[in-house]
Design a protein around this ligand. Sequence first.
Ligand SMILES: *[C@@H]1O[C@H](CO)[C@@H](O)[C@H](O)[C@H]1NC(C)=O
Ligand SMILES: *[C@@H]1O[C@H](CO)[C@@H](O)[C@H](O)[C@H]1NC(C)=O
Ligand SMILES: *[C@@H]1O[C@H](CO)[C@@H](O)[C@H](O)[C@H]1NC(C)=O
Ligand SMILES: *[C@@H]1O[C@H](CO)[C@@H](O)[C@H](O)[C@H]1NC(C)=O
Length: 457
Amino acid sequence: MVVSRKIFSKNIFYKTIIHDYTFCLYNLKKIFLFLYIVLFVLDLKTISGNLLLLQNVSLKSTRNASFLNKRSASELWKSVISVSNAGKRRGRGRTASKAKDLNKTQKIGFGKIPIIFPGFNSNIILGDTTLQQRPFTEQEKLNYIQEQETKNLISTTKRNKLHPLLRGWSGGQPGGRRLGPPSSDESFKGFETWILYCNHTSIMTSNMGRTKRCRLLVITGNRKGLAGFVMLSGSEFKSTVNAAKVKAGQRLIYVERHNDHTVLHDFFSQFGNTKIFVEQRPKGHGLQCHRVIRTCCEAVGITDLFAKIEGSNNVSSIVKAFFIGLLQQKTYDQIVKEKGLHLVEMRKENNYFPTVLASPTVVRDSSEISPTETLDFKNYVMNGRIPLRKKVRLPFYTKLPSWLIHLRKQERHRDQDKVIIRLRAEYGDICSFLTEKYPEARPSKWRKHDKKKEETT
Ligand SMILES: *[C@@H]1O[C@H](CO)[C@@H](O)[C@H](O)[C@H]1NC(C)=O
Ligand SMILES: *[C@@H]1O[C@H](CO)[C@@H](O)[C@H](O)[C@H]1NC(C)=O
Ligand SMILES: *[C@@H]1O[C@H](CO)[C@@H](O)[C@H](O)[C@H]1NC(C)=O
Ligand SMILES: *[C@@H]1O[C@H](CO)[C@@H](O)[C@H](O)[C@H]1NC(C)=O
């Protein structure tokens, strides 16, 4: 019985002790009676024999000064970071931290000058000798450092950082990232997959905690006319990406290309509120379009094209509209068959010399052509649509009176550069209608660098 003296006055203290004592006396009678019976039953000799033997007593000194000393480290960590099985199923503790190694920077003896402290960081007795306190030898230091390094290598989980060339269109966003072929199957050799759109959403539910969803638009293609795309949503990013990749590989579409580098002809197509105007371009022009269309072109194998989007920029609408347009393309023979007329090309490069590209088997004559029929090829393939070209706004200074003065001063030199280029291209020199008559009449070298050139030569 422990009684604090500070609280109780002397009188009460004595009283309690006397009370305890009488209580004990009363109990002793019973205990002696019980022992008497026990000894009677048991063999006295065996008990006395055992008591006289040597006993090994292990002493363990513990001072449970506070709550923290009473509990082991693992118990304390468990109370902070553990989640029950039922909680785990509901998604609790997904973001809980892991147990930290609090010894990490405060190991006895391993400071700036490592020192052996027998009993703390090494054994006291090694073989027959007792160890003394001393600094580490060089070899021991090296061993210790190597040990730490191997420990760090094992313990640190590496963040999988993307190689700069494998990143998408912009920053760390998944859009435009490459994923490799849909499967390692031999039939998907040469295929590549791109992420076109990725949206992560999370919803707080009453019994499942925060649930994550991920929505992906993925396109796969072999750059030789075969391509497939799919929109898929799932819970985890990684698994959804893989599922989408496989699914896109199962929905392949074949697209015809002109000379394996561009679209068959210009076209207009629309899906939802998204309108796309696509134009053919010569080889080497490159892809001049929205990044989503550019990636689609890469998958299909188109290298030269111009495209303009009007209306909504919704990614899935863009992809659908583009593919609808690609699939609705017609070859020249098909167009000619529909129209019953020759298809004739006149290019500026060829001096507008008419070249027949395709001819139908039966040609209509002029009496059969109605005056309202569209005969312009571009107008026909574009379905009568014309992309909206934004008006270029004139700069503010064109409204000032000084602008008129400037124009008046510049009038003599107006279009001079273009004329020089044209003359050089056509006649090989800057000349005029008077050159034949007066060959000595040459234009003055009024430009600085022209003059310098003349002096040096
Ligand atoms: C200290 O705590 C340990 C572990 O809970 C316990 O076994 C031991 O009896 C306690 N010691 C004292 C003096 O209370
Ligand atoms: C931390 O150091 C103490 C005392 O040296 C040791 O009992 C304990 O096991 C160590 N904990 C870890 C996680 O290494
Ligand atoms: C992701 O989807 C949600 C719901 O459909 C939408 O509100 C949000 O704007 C989308 N985020 C992006 C970046 O597209
Ligand atoms: C794009 O439009 C479709 C419907 O056509 C819609 O389901 C989707 O959420 C839209 N995407 C965005 C990013 O707004």
